[in-house]
Design a protein around this ligand. Structure first.
Ligand SMILES: [Fe+2]
Length: 321
């Protein structure tokens, strides 16, 4: 049998520079902020943190740094952010961006709400044209403070879609300082780490660039996975679930979607969705018993939000890792 060619995305000298850089927040442009806010509050248990002067709404766990930033317009990914706790991490990123000739701007301190100390940050455009935030330490006490049975405990990872995985992976490894945890042989999917989690960012070839493929939340424990399936069903969110057996990250997942975007002139082709997943491999993660005969749920449960093209209000499905 003739095997397809194997693509290996190389890592440069700066790969692995960051070890304590965590997923922070994500910004979406949505056609109906109120509908999106209602979904996240009703289904994920989020709370409104603030309304900014320009009309943006920030949601989160009720305290600590915000998680989602909603602004109004044609639906797309506005930005995604990382909290850099590595000592000298932001200065290192600035130096490497400068060395690579990539322009960047100071991050608006208002984007670093609940900062520990003086807020500091960088706004830079990734190779696909999406704004990325890297910022200093923020308070995250809201993630585990209360009501863990009715909402996820933390925003876990972001997966962006692209037409070409390699330039994005090279930007994040050679310039920013992430490492590649895994990649598919065909070069169409790469998982990158910047802390102890298996990946904080994944990049998948989907035929278009600069948009979200899906994003994920952690649940607190395995038992919550079953609770979430019941909870979403009670909320009339159609659910499907099962092991998401895409190597190298075997997951079990269930997902739901945000309200469908509706505009009169250009109906959006997709909506954000939320996937509950037995997650994401952690480099030192907990082990769980197999979920079913078709796959081993080896990782801590989580919730994923992803973009889909389906028309139903929500779904729980075998998700992409
Ligand atoms: Fe994922």
């Amino acid at each position: 049998m003739q095997r397809p060619p194997r693509f290996t995305i190389p890592e440069g000298a700066h790969a692995g520079t960051l070890h304590r850089t965590h997923v922070s927040h994500i910004g979406f442009v949505v056609p109906d902020i109120a509908a999106a806010e209602a979904f996240y509050c009703r289904v994920l248990g989020m709370k409104r943190h603030s309304v900014l002067p320009d009309g943006r709404v920030r949601l989160g766990w009720g305290e600590g740094h915000h998680v989602i930033d909603l602004s109004e317009g044609d639906k797309t990914l506005a930005h995604y952010g990382f909290e850099v706790r590595d000592e000298g991490g932001l200065d290192g990123i600035r130096a490497r961006l400068t060395e690579a000739g990539i322009p960047f701007d100071p991050l608006d301190p208002a984007d670093v709400d609940e900062a520990v100390g003086t807020p500091d940050g960088i706004a830079v455009t990734d190779p696909d044209g999406t704004t990325v935030h890297f910022h200093s330490e923020v308070r995250r006490h809201g993630e585990n403070s209360a009501d863990t049975g009715r909402r996820p405990i933390k925003f876990q990872h972001t997966t962006v879609g692209t037409v070409d995985v390699a330039p994005m992976a090279t930007f994040y490894t050679d310039v920013i300082g992430f490492r590649i945890s895994d990649q598919l042989d065909d070069g169409n999917f790469a998982w990158l780490r910047s802390d102890r989690d298996h990946h904080t960012l994944a990049i998948v070839r989907v035929g278009r660039s600069g948009d979200i493929d899906h994003y994920s939340y952690d649940l607190s424990e395995w038992e919550d996975f079953k609770t979430w399936c019941d909870r979403l069903t009670e909320l009339d969110v159609p659910v499907s679930w099962g092991p998401a057996g895409m190597a190298p990250e075997t997951t079990s997942s269930c997902s739901s979607t945000t309200p469908r975007a509706t505009t009169s002139n250009s109906p959006p082709r997709w909506r954000s969705s939320t996937t509950i997943a037995s997650p994401t491999c952690r480099a030192r993660g907990r082990r769980h018993p197999p979920l079913s005969t078709s796959g081993a749920a080896r990782h801590r449960p989580g919730v994923e939000s992803e973009r889909t093209t389906s028309d139903d209000l929500g779904r729980i499905s075998q998700g992409r890792p």
